[in-house]
Design a protein around this ligand. Structure first.
Ligand code: LMR
Length: 397
């Protein structure tokens, strides 16, 4: 039956982790996948998560099915975190939120919804974007186009190019935007630039689909949600947000994300949610209980929420310190041209390293990065930084 199936190329990100795991060399470093590692090189289990987990384990609650759109305590807490607790959109009942299988699940369910609601719409993603954006939207039947974003010459944003490309899109086109900590480049918009994008998107009647996978990983929970809040205030009729707790709660494997659709009014939101539920039921029926219960338990307890916020701040401060350390040490090794790494935000940096240099890092130094030159600075620590910096300094010579 499967004789005609050909070998499909491995995933550029998760496939690299498979190679990393198989690598026997001591001192290997995985700067490939977007995972935050702590100072000891381990994926942290946050104390707030540990506490709620112990409480839930002691209660040992039965594991019935969750509703199709997830745990209400989770979706309600998510709405407040994403839109702000005082959001008029929430008060007006305009937001339909579902718990999803990670942020990727939110993207796919959102894509399927859009394909049903707007069968002829195209989607525009940034150039470049997270590799899986194209994969998810293509799988949902979309034509994917790109808008200018990264400027390789400055390692920053090509803002005029971005505005010009967005301005050319047909009305009704879906525009995928990264709320913060742009994956893969680490290059974000300023609040002022967001205001211009919001005005253009509204004016051109585009439909924003905001991917917020790193809320709290650059400046803070509210600052990192600036794009969402600006769209909310703009009076735009509808937009979509996919968010994830993989990084902010260090719960990668629990697959905790959410899809929020902002509709024109309460009635429309209810109708949209009924369609979202039909879509989820047709793919995986309902989400899993554990991760959602952990996040809801932390967000709905004043004490654990405060603890989580301080732990989240600790993660972003460590990332900032690693960026600064890398820039300083590279400069000391005669490579001052990497100062842009400190201006980029979040887990990732488009380092400017070529595919050949990335190959040398892996082959000669057991340091894994994505072929595009993307490195995960959140995997650096004081123990591996010198090694990484010397290896980079070697391969660029
Ligand atoms: C990444 O970009 O490395 C992360 O978002 C993990 C993934 O699923 O690709």
């Amino acid at each position: 039956h499967f004789a005609s199936v050909e070998m499909t190329p491995g995933d550029p990100i998760l496939g690299l982790t498979e190679a990393f795991v198989a690598d026997k060399r001591p001192g290997k470093v995985n700067l490939g996948v977007g995972i935050y590692y702590d100072e000891t090189g381990r994926i942290p289990v946050l104390r707030a998560v540990k506490e709620i987990e112990q409480k839930l384990a002691a209660e040992s609650l039965p594991r019935g099915y969750l509703p199709i759109d997830g745990l209400p305590a989770y979706t309600q807490a998510t709405q407040k975190l994403v839109f702000g607790p005082e959001s008029p959109l929430l008060a007006a009942g305009r937001v339909a939120t579902s718990q999803t299988i990670g942020g990727s699940g939110a993207l796919r369910v959102g894509a399927d919804l859009l394909k049903k609601a707007l069968p002829n719409a195209k989607i525009a993603i940034s150039s470049p974007s997270w590799e899986n954006h194209r994969v998810v939207f293509t799988a949902a039947g979309f034509d994917v186009v790109e808008y200018a974003y990264y400027d390789a010459a400055t390692h920053g944003l090509n803002f005029p190019g971005m505005l010009a490309d967005l301005d050319k899109l047909e009305p009704g086109t879906v525009v995928l935007l990264h709320a913060c900590c742009h994956n893969p480049t680490g290059v974000d918009l300023t609040v002022d630039q967001w205001k211009q994008v919001v005005a253009l998107v509204k004016d051109r009647n585009l439909l924003p689909f905001i991917d917020m996978a790193y809320q709290g990983f650059d400046k803070g929970i509210d600052d990192d949600a600036a794009a969402v809040r600006l769209f909310a205030e703009s009076g735009i009729e509808s937009f979509i947000v996919a968010n994830s707790y993989s990084k902010s709660f260090s719960l990668y494997g629990e697959r905790v994300g959410a899809l929020s659709i902002v509709a024109a009014n309460r009635d429309e939101a209810l109708r949209v949610q009924s369609l979202v539920k039909r879509i989820i039921r047709s793919i995986y029926s309902s989400p899993s209980t554990h991760g959602g219960a952990l996040v809801a338990g932390v967000l709905n307890s004043a004490e654990l929420r405060a603890l989580w916020e301080s732990e989240l701040a600790g993660m972003r401060e460590r990332i900032h310190a690693m960026r600064a350390g890398m820039v300083e040490k590279l400069a000391a090794q005669g490579a001052p041209q990497f100062s842009f790494i400190q201006k980029q935000a979040g887990m990732f940096s488009y380092s400017g390293l070529s595919k050949a240099q990335v190959d040398r890092l892996r082959e000669e130094h057991a340091i894994y990065a994505i072929g595009t030159g993307r490195i995960c600075v959140a995997a650096l620590n004081r123990a591996n930084l010198d090694n990484v910096v010397s290896a980079v300094a070697t391969v660029i010579r």
